[in-house]
Design a protein around this ligand. Sequence first.
Ligand code: AMP
Length: 218
Amino acid sequence: MKKEFIFLGPPACGKGTQTGKLAQYLNFPHIDTGSLLRAEIKNGTPDGVIAKSFIDKGQLVPVDLVANIIKNRLSLPDCENGYILDGYPRSVEQADKLEEINKSIDKTPAKFMAIYFDLDADILLSRIVNRRLCPVCGEIYNLKFHPPKVDGICDKCANVLIQRKDDNEETAKARFDTYFRETAPLIEYYKNKNLLKTLDANGDINEVWERLLKTIND
Ligand code: AMP
């Protein structure tokens, strides 16, 4: 049966790292809306121009713009057996859209699971400002908890690491406000539909990974 995983949790809760690992493990595509939108910006597309103005303010990009990108991506053949959605949906409106999109694509019933990364909020801001990213392979580092072996260089592909423009304190605070206002209600939304699993996301990468494997197999 096709398996559809979505992930919920505040900015910098560790979703990106864990969903990347899970995608490799299950051999499912890792579809990360933040990265898809940043690619649109980099390519200078009309959607990218619109998206940039929202991303720079820590706000959600308009629903229909993201839904189109997601629908196109989920329709590709590599999603036939399952997918891992990271950063979508991010509001109740988007969750309703995703249900519609899945209905229009899935030919047979699929198993859908929402996994909520639950962790102590006080460490999140420090995680964000210390986060660094490889713009080529997408590997994520943290200067305090998971630094690269050579300062500023990706362990995996030796390219120069960057800091995301929206990983500064001011934009990060706006992203938290957006999360608590728009995205956190999805926890109740999926709980009420009996589709939610909660994961304790405190601890190091390996500890969380072991818990994640247990959660998806429960
Ligand atoms: P992320 O890389 O997940 O932290 O996302 C970075 C930014 O991209 C967010 O702060 C939003 O501005 C935008 N974004 C990512 N995913 C979505 C989404 N599902 N809906 C609307 N905006 C999004």
